[in-house]
Design a protein around this ligand. Structure first.
Ligand SMILES: [Zn+2]
Length: 141
């Protein structure tokens, strides 16, 4: 049975509290201690419902934004927000174009503007997206 970490706590009491909430709802949760952290683990199929159970908006103990975003495709929490590729590419291409222009490679600079423009448009699809590290799915968080 695969397990999934759903929350991290600094004290065993907080972890036990989260565990109790989960077990009260019928989710078999366990606490793993490692490097001074107390991780609450649940079977993978309970990961989504578990998060909803322990994340109480009125609970001051849960810091907003500290929870990882779950992948809508596979439910994995191993997700990363993609860097602004379009902006990075746009700025670097612009820099190269300016240099080429002043080196009197106007034709090359113009070609690069066209290619760069298409590249930026293509890359802008990923702006603000979150990528799942497990299945590669990209989504808006
Ligand atoms: Zn996924």
């Amino acid at each position: 049975m695969k397990t999934q970490d759903i929350a991290w706590f600094e004290s065993p009491e907080e972890a036990a509290d989260a565990c109790r909430k989960l077990e009260a709802a019928g989710v078999p949760a366990s606490i793993i201690e490692s490097a001074g952290e107390f991780r609450v683990q649940v079977p993978e199929e309970f990961a989504c419902v578990s998060l909803q159970l322990i994340v109480d908006p009125g609970d001051a103990g849960v810091v907003a934004g500290s929870m990882p975003v779950a992948c809508p495709e596979c439910g994995s929490f191993e997700t990363r927000i993609l860097p602004p590729y379009a902006l990075i590419a746009g700025v670097s291409i612009f820099g190269v174009v300016v240099v080429l222009y002043f080196l009197r490679y106007q034709a090359v600079a113009f070609a690069l503007v066209v290619v760069g423009w298409l590249l930026v448009i293509w890359l802008s699809r990923f702006t603000g997206k979150t990528r799942c590290m497990r299945c590669g799915w990209r989504f808006s968080a």
